[in-house]
Design a protein around this ligand. Sequence first.
Ligand SMILES: Nc1ncnc2c1ncn2[C@@H]1O[C@H](COP(=O)(O)OP(=O)(O)OP(=O)(O)O)[C@@H](O)[C@H]1O
Ligand SMILES: [Mg+2]
Length: 280
Amino acid sequence: MAIHASELNSAAVEVEGISKRFGEAVQPHRLMPWRKAKKPKLALDQVSMHVESGRITGILGANGSGKSTLIRILATLLTPDAGRASVFGSDVVRHPAQVRRHINRVSVEASFFKEMSPWENMLYAARLYGSGGDGTRDRVEAMLERLGLPLDTLDKPMKQLSRGQQQKVAIARSFLTSPSLLLMDEPTTGLDPRSKREVQELVRSIRRDRAATVLLCTHDLQEAEVLCDRVVVIDQGRVLAEGTPSDLIRAHAAPSGSLEDAFMRLTGKRLEEDEEEKEE
Ligand SMILES: Nc1ncnc2c1ncn2[C@@H]1O[C@H](COP(=O)(O)OP(=O)(O)OP(=O)(O)O)[C@@H](O)[C@H]1O
Ligand SMILES: [Mg+2]
């Protein structure tokens, strides 16, 4: 969808003081000593942010920092416990149907009809959004070619495709309906190096054309540095810093560091350590 110059710099997403807690408190019990005390998990703690239209904004954070929770709230799949969020002026809690008209989410756990082919899955999605007429097949083929997916995979059952191939279909599907806000939750995680580049090139073309607003969660800080106009660093559900990649480098990794250096300094821990914690 083309964005008019007047819409540039206006907010695509406004998030004000969003909090989200998961799970209920569990108290220790005299008769059930195996039941350990548990506190509810505060996944988002009064997060506020402003995302401009026609830009690519990166959300960076270690595992479990709350990125996907924020994306799911904006996609109307979860409701916040406190705070407000709106997408192109529509409140995600009060007007979810209006919000859904503007967005499309790409995530590693994309859902498909596995017995159906990529083509059938895409046609289904396109028709739900009122498109899917003449020319759709050509558009889909062009998109898959761009993503480096062999055309003969288009008519095989989805379940026969590798995970990376399925991810490319999810990305192609999200572009088919021309959403004004693309919520990309780790779109390149698990892709081989060539596929990763192809997806990044596609995202770069969105930036070139200012065709959509993109919110991109990624662990790849080099990817964030080259693709994002702005980045927001979150840690344990809180916004730690935001700005252009060069702002953050200047402020936290001067004089000649990378966005990764700035991220490490800001969060004070390494991504790998967090990964280990998660596995324990
Ligand atoms: N449905 C849920 N039920 C309980 N806890 C949850 C649920 N979803 C997320 N959490 C918890 O909320 C916190 C934030 O999770 P979230 O998935 O948003 O993190 P993330 O930043 O996307 O992490 P990753 O980089 O691993 O994808 C984590 O501690 C997670 O365990
Ligand atoms: Mg996540």
